[in-house]
Ligand binder design. Structure first.
Ligand code: SF4
Length: 379
Protein backbone atom coordinates (compact mmCIF):
# COMPACT_ATOMS: atom_id res chain seq x y z
CA UNK A 1 0.00 0.00 0.00
CA UNK A 2 1.26 3.50 -0.84
CA UNK A 3 2.25 5.55 2.22
CA UNK A 4 0.06 8.56 2.78
CA UNK A 5 2.89 11.04 2.87
CA UNK A 6 5.27 9.67 0.30
CA UNK A 7 6.09 12.75 -1.73
CA UNK A 8 4.34 11.61 -4.90
CA UNK A 9 3.96 14.55 -7.27
CA UNK A 10 1.97 13.36 -10.17
CA UNK A 11 -1.35 11.71 -10.58
CA UNK A 12 0.33 8.33 -10.65
CA UNK A 13 -2.86 6.49 -9.79
CA UNK A 14 -5.58 8.03 -11.95
CA UNK A 15 -8.13 5.34 -11.17
CA UNK A 16 -8.80 6.80 -7.74
CA UNK A 17 -11.04 9.72 -6.96
CA UNK A 18 -11.95 12.03 -4.08
CA UNK A 19 -15.48 13.36 -3.80
CA UNK A 20 -16.37 16.81 -2.46
CA UNK A 21 -20.02 17.54 -1.66
CA UNK A 22 -20.98 21.17 -1.20
CA UNK A 23 -23.84 21.57 1.28
CA UNK A 24 -24.60 25.28 0.91
CA UNK A 25 -26.97 25.87 3.84
CA UNK A 26 -26.17 28.08 6.83
CA UNK A 27 -28.26 29.11 9.79
CA UNK A 28 -26.62 32.51 10.15
CA UNK A 29 -24.14 34.50 8.12
CA UNK A 30 -20.59 34.99 9.35
CA UNK A 31 -19.24 38.44 8.71
CA UNK A 32 -16.13 37.28 6.87
CA UNK A 33 -17.73 34.61 4.71
CA UNK A 34 -16.90 34.37 1.04
CA UNK A 35 -18.21 30.83 0.44
CA UNK A 36 -21.28 30.08 -1.60
CA UNK A 37 -24.11 29.60 0.89
CA UNK A 38 -27.84 30.17 1.25
CA UNK A 39 -30.15 30.37 4.27
CA UNK A 40 -31.24 27.14 5.92
CA UNK A 41 -34.65 26.12 4.63
CA UNK A 42 -36.16 22.64 4.98
CA UNK A 43 -38.01 22.64 1.69
CA UNK A 44 -34.91 23.74 -0.24
CA UNK A 45 -32.79 21.19 1.60
CA UNK A 46 -35.13 18.42 0.47
CA UNK A 47 -34.87 19.56 -3.15
CA UNK A 48 -31.10 19.82 -2.74
CA UNK A 49 -30.93 16.21 -1.52
CA UNK A 50 -33.06 14.97 -4.43
CA UNK A 51 -30.83 16.78 -6.95
CA UNK A 52 -27.73 15.44 -5.22
CA UNK A 53 -29.00 11.88 -5.74
CA UNK A 54 -29.39 12.60 -9.44
CA UNK A 55 -25.89 14.01 -9.63
CA UNK A 56 -24.38 11.08 -7.74
CA UNK A 57 -26.05 8.57 -10.05
CA UNK A 58 -25.02 10.40 -13.21
CA UNK A 59 -21.37 10.79 -12.23
CA UNK A 60 -21.43 7.21 -11.04
CA UNK A 61 -22.35 6.12 -14.56
CA UNK A 62 -19.24 7.93 -15.84
CA UNK A 63 -16.71 7.35 -13.07
CA UNK A 64 -18.25 4.49 -11.10
CA UNK A 65 -15.26 2.23 -11.74
CA UNK A 66 -12.88 4.56 -9.93
CA UNK A 67 -12.00 3.77 -6.37
CA UNK A 68 -13.18 6.61 -4.14
CA UNK A 69 -10.62 7.16 -1.39
CA UNK A 70 -12.13 10.21 0.29
CA UNK A 71 -15.46 11.94 0.70
CA UNK A 72 -15.62 15.48 2.07
CA UNK A 73 -18.87 17.18 3.09
CA UNK A 74 -18.07 20.91 2.94
CA UNK A 75 -20.12 24.02 2.86
CA UNK A 76 -21.99 25.94 3.96
CA UNK A 77 -22.75 23.92 7.05
CA UNK A 78 -22.99 20.16 6.42
CA UNK A 79 -23.69 19.61 10.13
CA UNK A 80 -27.19 21.02 9.47
CA UNK A 81 -28.00 17.81 7.60
CA UNK A 82 -29.67 15.11 9.67
CA UNK A 83 -27.39 12.10 10.26
CA UNK A 84 -29.91 9.89 8.43
CA UNK A 85 -29.54 12.18 5.39
CA UNK A 86 -25.75 11.92 5.54
CA UNK A 87 -26.12 8.13 5.81
CA UNK A 88 -28.41 8.07 2.78
CA UNK A 89 -25.92 10.11 0.74
CA UNK A 90 -23.07 7.78 1.68
CA UNK A 91 -25.14 4.72 0.75
CA UNK A 92 -25.97 6.33 -2.57
CA UNK A 93 -22.28 7.02 -3.18
CA UNK A 94 -21.39 3.44 -2.31
CA UNK A 95 -23.98 2.26 -4.84
CA UNK A 96 -22.72 4.54 -7.60
CA UNK A 97 -18.92 4.41 -7.05
CA UNK A 98 -16.33 1.94 -5.86
CA UNK A 99 -16.22 3.48 -2.38
CA UNK A 100 -13.14 2.10 -0.56
CA UNK A 101 -13.91 0.41 2.75
CA UNK A 102 -11.29 2.60 4.42
CA UNK A 103 -12.26 5.81 2.59
CA UNK A 104 -11.68 8.94 4.67
CA UNK A 105 -15.11 10.52 5.23
CA UNK A 106 -14.97 14.07 6.61
CA UNK A 107 -17.77 16.47 7.49
CA UNK A 108 -17.28 20.12 8.31
CA UNK A 109 -19.22 21.03 11.42
CA UNK A 110 -20.29 24.09 13.32
CA UNK A 111 -19.72 23.55 17.07
CA UNK A 112 -23.29 24.69 17.82
CA UNK A 113 -24.72 21.72 15.92
CA UNK A 114 -22.74 19.11 17.81
CA UNK A 115 -25.23 17.55 20.18
CA UNK A 116 -24.28 14.08 21.37
CA UNK A 117 -27.23 12.52 19.52
CA UNK A 118 -26.23 14.16 16.24
CA UNK A 119 -22.60 13.18 16.70
CA UNK A 120 -23.45 9.56 17.42
CA UNK A 121 -25.74 9.61 14.39
CA UNK A 122 -22.98 10.98 12.15
CA UNK A 123 -20.55 8.35 13.40
CA UNK A 124 -23.08 5.60 12.72
CA UNK A 125 -23.80 7.07 9.29
CA UNK A 126 -20.15 6.55 8.34
CA UNK A 127 -18.48 9.90 9.02
CA UNK A 128 -15.03 9.20 10.47
CA UNK A 129 -13.51 12.65 10.63
CA UNK A 130 -14.90 16.01 11.71
CA UNK A 131 -13.49 19.38 10.76
CA UNK A 132 -14.83 21.75 13.38
CA UNK A 133 -14.98 25.48 12.64
CA UNK A 134 -13.82 26.82 16.00
CA UNK A 135 -11.91 29.89 14.68
CA UNK A 136 -11.11 31.27 18.15
CA UNK A 137 -11.52 30.48 21.84
CA UNK A 138 -12.22 34.13 22.69
CA UNK A 139 -15.90 35.13 22.88
CA UNK A 140 -15.41 38.72 21.75
CA UNK A 141 -13.54 37.59 18.64
CA UNK A 142 -16.24 35.05 17.83
CA UNK A 143 -18.91 37.74 18.15
CA UNK A 144 -16.97 40.07 15.85
CA UNK A 145 -16.76 37.27 13.30
CA UNK A 146 -20.51 36.68 13.59
CA UNK A 147 -20.10 33.03 14.61
CA UNK A 148 -23.05 31.42 16.38
CA UNK A 149 -21.00 29.55 19.01
CA UNK A 150 -18.96 30.80 21.94
CA UNK A 151 -15.64 29.49 23.26
CA UNK A 152 -17.19 27.21 25.87
CA UNK A 153 -19.60 25.79 23.29
CA UNK A 154 -16.71 25.02 20.94
CA UNK A 155 -14.79 23.13 23.61
CA UNK A 156 -17.91 21.22 24.62
CA UNK A 157 -18.59 20.29 21.00
CA UNK A 158 -15.07 18.86 20.66
CA UNK A 159 -15.41 16.91 23.90
CA UNK A 160 -18.78 15.49 22.85
CA UNK A 161 -17.26 14.45 19.51
CA UNK A 162 -14.72 12.36 21.45
CA UNK A 163 -17.51 10.92 23.58
CA UNK A 164 -19.32 9.94 20.41
CA UNK A 165 -16.24 8.00 19.30
CA UNK A 166 -14.59 10.31 16.75
CA UNK A 167 -10.90 9.49 16.55
CA UNK A 168 -10.02 12.03 13.90
CA UNK A 169 -10.81 15.65 14.70
CA UNK A 170 -9.57 18.79 13.04
CA UNK A 171 -10.05 22.29 14.45
CA UNK A 172 -9.96 25.48 12.40
CA UNK A 173 -8.38 28.58 13.91
CA UNK A 174 -7.93 32.03 12.43
CA UNK A 175 -5.19 34.65 12.51
CA UNK A 176 -6.10 38.31 12.10
CA UNK A 177 -9.58 38.29 13.67
CA UNK A 178 -10.64 41.83 14.68
CA UNK A 179 -9.52 42.60 18.25
CA UNK A 180 -7.17 39.60 18.30
CA UNK A 181 -3.85 40.21 20.09
CA UNK A 182 -0.71 38.08 20.24
CA UNK A 183 -1.86 37.02 23.70
CA UNK A 184 -5.45 36.16 22.77
CA UNK A 185 -4.22 34.20 19.76
CA UNK A 186 -1.75 32.27 21.91
CA UNK A 187 -4.65 31.54 24.28
CA UNK A 188 -6.71 30.08 21.41
CA UNK A 189 -3.79 27.93 20.29
CA UNK A 190 -3.28 26.63 23.84
CA UNK A 191 -6.98 25.81 24.26
CA UNK A 192 -6.89 23.97 20.95
CA UNK A 193 -3.79 21.95 21.91
CA UNK A 194 -5.38 21.08 25.25
CA UNK A 195 -8.30 19.49 23.39
CA UNK A 196 -5.77 17.26 21.57
CA UNK A 197 -7.19 17.24 18.05
CA UNK A 198 -5.30 15.12 15.52
CA UNK A 199 -5.26 17.99 13.03
CA UNK A 200 -5.34 21.78 13.05
CA UNK A 201 -5.94 24.21 10.19
CA UNK A 202 -4.91 27.78 10.57
CA UNK A 203 -6.17 30.43 8.19
CA UNK A 204 -5.39 34.09 7.78
CA UNK A 205 -8.61 36.10 7.89
CA UNK A 206 -9.31 37.61 4.51
CA UNK A 207 -11.32 40.81 4.46
CA UNK A 208 -13.25 40.95 1.20
CA UNK A 209 -14.04 44.31 -0.28
CA UNK A 210 -17.59 45.42 0.43
CA UNK A 211 -18.06 42.86 3.24
CA UNK A 212 -19.26 43.79 6.72
CA UNK A 213 -15.72 43.30 7.98
CA UNK A 214 -14.42 45.65 5.34
CA UNK A 215 -16.84 48.25 6.71
CA UNK A 216 -15.66 47.57 10.26
CA UNK A 217 -12.03 47.90 9.17
CA UNK A 218 -12.74 51.34 7.71
CA UNK A 219 -14.54 52.37 10.90
CA UNK A 220 -12.07 50.89 13.37
CA UNK A 221 -8.79 50.05 11.64
CA UNK A 222 -6.98 49.58 14.94
CA UNK A 223 -8.97 46.42 15.61
CA UNK A 224 -7.17 44.71 12.73
CA UNK A 225 -3.68 43.21 12.85
CA UNK A 226 -1.10 44.48 10.38
CA UNK A 227 1.08 42.18 8.30
CA UNK A 228 3.90 42.11 10.83
CA UNK A 229 1.57 41.03 13.64
CA UNK A 230 0.11 38.30 11.43
CA UNK A 231 3.59 37.09 10.54
CA UNK A 232 4.60 37.02 14.22
CA UNK A 233 1.50 35.05 15.22
CA UNK A 234 1.88 32.58 12.38
CA UNK A 235 5.53 31.81 13.13
CA UNK A 236 4.93 31.62 16.91
CA UNK A 237 2.02 29.26 16.40
CA UNK A 238 4.07 27.12 14.01
CA UNK A 239 6.81 26.74 16.62
CA UNK A 240 4.29 25.98 19.37
CA UNK A 241 2.44 23.34 17.37
CA UNK A 242 5.66 21.66 16.32
CA UNK A 243 6.71 21.50 19.98
CA UNK A 244 3.35 19.93 20.76
CA UNK A 245 3.98 17.16 18.21
CA UNK A 246 2.14 18.48 15.15
CA UNK A 247 3.89 18.32 11.80
CA UNK A 248 3.52 21.35 9.57
CA UNK A 249 2.63 19.55 6.35
CA UNK A 250 0.95 22.32 4.35
CA UNK A 251 0.99 26.12 4.53
CA UNK A 252 -2.16 26.24 6.68
CA UNK A 253 -2.28 22.69 8.04
CA UNK A 254 -0.73 20.77 10.93
CA UNK A 255 -1.22 17.15 11.88
CA UNK A 256 -0.07 14.39 14.17
CA UNK A 257 1.96 11.87 12.13
CA UNK A 258 -0.43 9.94 9.89
CA UNK A 259 -3.37 12.28 10.55
CA UNK A 260 -2.91 14.50 7.49
CA UNK A 261 -6.17 15.16 5.63
CA UNK A 262 -6.10 12.64 2.79
CA UNK A 263 -8.82 14.44 0.88
CA UNK A 264 -7.04 17.79 0.89
CA UNK A 265 -3.74 16.14 -0.03
CA UNK A 266 -5.45 15.18 -3.28
CA UNK A 267 -5.94 18.86 -4.12
CA UNK A 268 -2.32 19.76 -3.49
CA UNK A 269 -1.00 16.69 -5.31
CA UNK A 270 -3.29 17.31 -8.28
CA UNK A 271 -5.00 13.96 -7.92
CA UNK A 272 -8.51 13.70 -9.30
CA UNK A 273 -11.54 14.84 -7.38
CA UNK A 274 -15.12 15.42 -8.32
CA UNK A 275 -17.18 18.19 -6.74
CA UNK A 276 -20.94 17.75 -6.37
CA UNK A 277 -23.46 20.42 -5.43
CA UNK A 278 -23.73 24.10 -6.34
CA UNK A 279 -20.43 25.99 -6.67
CA UNK A 280 -18.39 22.78 -6.34
CA UNK A 281 -15.19 22.57 -8.38
CA UNK A 282 -13.72 19.43 -9.95
CA UNK A 283 -10.38 18.32 -11.32
CA UNK A 284 -10.61 15.15 -13.36
CA UNK A 285 -8.28 13.83 -16.07
CA UNK A 286 -6.48 17.19 -16.28
CA UNK A 287 -9.73 19.15 -16.74
CA UNK A 288 -11.02 21.72 -14.29
CA UNK A 289 -14.71 22.54 -14.18
CA UNK A 290 -17.32 23.75 -11.71
CA UNK A 291 -21.00 24.06 -11.05
CA UNK A 292 -22.28 27.59 -11.00
CA UNK A 293 -22.84 29.10 -7.53
CA UNK A 294 -26.60 29.01 -7.94
CA UNK A 295 -28.62 26.52 -5.91
CA UNK A 296 -31.81 26.75 -7.97
CA UNK A 297 -29.93 26.53 -11.27
CA UNK A 298 -28.04 23.48 -10.02
CA UNK A 299 -31.26 21.82 -8.76
CA UNK A 300 -32.71 22.24 -12.28
CA UNK A 301 -29.57 20.91 -13.94
CA UNK A 302 -27.31 19.13 -11.47
CA UNK A 303 -24.92 18.02 -14.22
CA UNK A 304 -24.43 21.42 -15.86
CA UNK A 305 -20.79 22.43 -15.64
CA UNK A 306 -18.57 25.31 -16.70
CA UNK A 307 -15.12 24.46 -17.98
CA UNK A 308 -12.29 26.38 -16.28
CA UNK A 309 -8.81 27.04 -17.60
CA UNK A 310 -6.35 24.35 -16.53
CA UNK A 311 -2.59 24.12 -16.72
CA UNK A 312 -1.85 20.85 -14.91
CA UNK A 313 1.94 21.15 -15.20
CA UNK A 314 2.06 24.63 -13.62
CA UNK A 315 -0.59 23.66 -11.07
CA UNK A 316 1.50 20.69 -9.91
CA UNK A 317 4.28 23.15 -9.08
CA UNK A 318 2.00 25.80 -7.62
CA UNK A 319 -0.03 23.43 -5.46
CA UNK A 320 2.80 21.00 -4.68
CA UNK A 321 4.88 23.79 -3.20
CA UNK A 322 2.15 24.41 -0.63
CA UNK A 323 3.23 21.10 0.91
CA UNK A 324 6.22 20.71 3.21
CA UNK A 325 7.29 17.74 1.10
CA UNK A 326 7.83 20.21 -1.79
CA UNK A 327 8.25 19.10 -5.39
CA UNK A 328 10.69 17.09 -7.46
CA UNK A 329 12.83 19.28 -9.77
CA UNK A 330 11.46 17.55 -12.89
CA UNK A 331 8.12 19.24 -12.29
CA UNK A 332 9.71 22.64 -12.96
CA UNK A 333 10.83 21.45 -16.35
CA UNK A 334 7.41 19.98 -17.11
CA UNK A 335 5.97 23.41 -16.26
CA UNK A 336 8.20 24.92 -18.95
CA UNK A 337 10.93 26.29 -16.70
CA UNK A 338 14.36 25.31 -18.05
CA UNK A 339 17.04 24.26 -15.55
CA UNK A 340 19.18 27.39 -15.91
CA UNK A 341 16.29 29.82 -15.59
CA UNK A 342 14.82 27.82 -12.70
CA UNK A 343 18.16 27.97 -10.86
CA UNK A 344 18.33 31.76 -11.38
CA UNK A 345 14.82 32.34 -10.09
CA UNK A 346 15.25 30.02 -7.11
CA UNK A 347 18.47 31.78 -6.24
CA UNK A 348 16.73 35.15 -6.32
CA UNK A 349 13.93 33.81 -4.11
CA UNK A 350 16.42 32.28 -1.66
CA UNK A 351 14.90 33.48 1.62
CA UNK A 352 11.59 31.93 0.60
CA UNK A 353 12.55 28.72 -1.24
CA UNK A 354 15.08 26.03 -0.41
CA UNK A 355 16.21 22.58 -1.52
CA UNK A 356 15.51 19.86 1.01
CA UNK A 357 16.63 16.29 0.25
CA UNK A 358 16.65 17.02 -3.46
CA UNK A 359 13.20 18.60 -3.47
CA UNK A 360 12.24 22.24 -3.76
CA UNK A 361 10.17 23.58 -0.86
CA UNK A 362 9.03 26.85 0.69
CA UNK A 363 10.79 28.08 3.83
CA UNK A 364 8.63 29.18 6.81
CA UNK A 365 9.03 32.81 5.63
CA UNK A 366 8.05 31.62 2.16
CA UNK A 367 4.78 30.15 3.49
CA UNK A 368 3.76 33.64 4.52
CA UNK A 369 4.30 35.05 1.04
CA UNK A 370 3.49 31.92 -0.91
CA UNK A 371 1.28 33.51 -3.55
CA UNK A 372 3.80 36.15 -4.59
CA UNK A 373 6.76 33.75 -4.32
CA UNK A 374 5.07 31.15 -6.50
CA UNK A 375 3.88 33.77 -8.98
CA UNK A 376 7.47 35.03 -9.27
CA UNK A 377 8.80 31.50 -9.73
CA UNK A 378 6.33 30.66 -12.48
CA UNK A 379 5.88 34.05 -14.15
S1 SF4 B 1 -20.82 28.87 8.60
FE1 SF4 B 1 -19.18 28.89 7.03
S2 SF4 B 1 -20.24 28.98 5.06
FE2 SF4 B 1 -21.74 29.56 6.65
S3 SF4 B 1 -21.70 31.79 6.73
FE3 SF4 B 1 -20.24 31.03 8.30
S4 SF4 B 1 -18.26 30.90 7.24
FE4 SF4 B 1 -19.84 31.10 5.67
Amino acid sequence: MRALFDGSDVNADPVTLGLYLHVPFCRTRCRYCDFYRVGENRERMDRFLAALETEIDEWGRRYGDRRVESVFFGGGTPSLLEPREVGAILRRLAGAFDLAADAEVTAEANPSDLTLARLVGLREAGVGRLSIGVQSFVDRELRLLGRRHDAAGAAEGVERARQAGFERLSLDLMIGIPAQTDGSFAHSVERAIALAPEHLSLYLLEVHEGSELDFLRRERPRLFAGEEAQRRRYLAMRRRLQTAGYGHYEISNFARPGAECRHNLRYWRCQDWLGLGPAAHSFVDGRRFRHRPDLEGWIDEPLAIEELPADPAAERVFLGLRLAEGIAPELLEEAGLGAAEAARRIDRLAPFLEWRSGRLALTPEGYLLSNSVLAELLR
